[in-house]
Design a protein around this ligand. Structure first.
Ligand SMILES: Nc1ncnc2c1ncn2[C@@H]1O[C@H](COP(=O)(O)OP(=O)(O)OP(=O)(O)O)[C@@H](O)[C@H]1O
Ligand SMILES: [Mg+2]
Length: 268
């Protein structure tokens, strides 16, 4: 095993999770090599968010293995798990900002907890992070409830980036954003990969965004990975579900959607 290639790799083996008699994940296998970005796509309720929560040890799986940078995290004690989590930036689907802290304080939170930076260094870093996700100065002092959903998402992303993580797990980073901001976020994810060699798993319904930043796209359905490949691979697929799923988002400008692409999808 080459040690460098392992640096921030993610290896998922036969990961299973049920809630009562509902089988949500039926044995997920996925390797994300260091420096790669994987987009996880799938209909609403297929277990995408559950998968991310298992990957950071927020919920235990029923069985299976998750290795982060070569280290098994399933069953790990809280102290070593927290050490690994410091390398990981996580954006929850619902942004999950601390509602009693201002925008600025939210992004400062991981810095004040986990770094030895001075207050002015932290202030600079927070401002840099917020401007990288296009949050204007006048929003800094506001409480999360006082900013829009799209802004909350971007503040959550700034917070996820605060500790310069080697790994990013993002749950719907562009959902609820207007197309222009969504595209900016997609580019930001791509830049993070290019400039910092970040390894990422990004859950998204946004196929255009995935096309922009993902090395590999993975399509989940009913607890299984039913297709994976580059955007071009998937677009060539004749599989009915893949064709339907890619639908409009896979169209090149002016092209007609593939047959059946108009079928409504849940939760969008
Ligand atoms: N803590 C929980 N207890 C019971 N059931 C749960 C729990 N968390 C998730 N589920 C169920 O697991 C299934 C998958 O949920 P999940 O949130 O992962 O879907 P998703 O693919 O992220 O959907 P969406 O695209 O709408 O965000 C759902 O049926 C959900 O109700
Ligand atoms: Mg979800």
């Amino acid at each position: 095993m080459g040690s460098n290639a392992k640096q921030a790799s993610i290896e998922i083996k036969d990961l299973k999770k049920s809630f009562g008699d509902q089988h949500v994940l039926n044995g997920i296998n996925l390797d994300v090599p260091h420096g790669q970005t994987v987009a996880v796509l799938g209909r609403s309720g297929t277990g995408k968010s559950v998968l991310l929560k298992l990957l950071i040890g927020l919920q235990p799986p029923d069985s299976g293995s998750v290795r982060i940078a070569g280290e098994e995290i399933i069953g790990l004690d809280p102290a070593p798990l927290n050490q690994i989590r410091k390398k990981i930036g996580f954006l929850f689907q619902e942004a999950a900002l601390y509602d009693s802290l201002t925008v600025e304080q939210n992004v400062d939170f991981p810095l004040s907890r986990h770094t030895a930076l001075s207050e002015s260094e932290r202030t600079n870093k927070v401002r840099e992070l917020l401007s990288s996700v296009d949050i204007a100065r006048e929003e800094f002092e506001k409480m999360p409830a006082g900013i829009s959903g799209g802004m909350q998402k971007r503040v959550g992303l700034a917070r996820a980036l605060a500790l310069d993580p080697e790994i990013l797990f993002l749950d719907e980073p562009t959902a609820g954003l207007d197309p222009i901001t969504g595209e900016e976020i997609a580019h930001l994810i791509m830049e993070l990969k290019k400039q910092r060699g970040i390894t990422a798993i990004v859950v998204t319904h946004d196929i255009r965004a995935a096309k922009c930043f993902a090395d590999l796209l993975v399509l989940l359905d009913q607890g299984n990975i039913v297709a994976q490949g580059t955007f071009q691979d998937l677009r060539k697929s004749k599989d009915d579900f893949v064709v339907k799923f890619l639908g409009d988002g896979a169209r090149t400008n002016g092209a007609k959607p593939a047959n059946g692409a108009k079928k409504p999808r849940n939760g969008e």
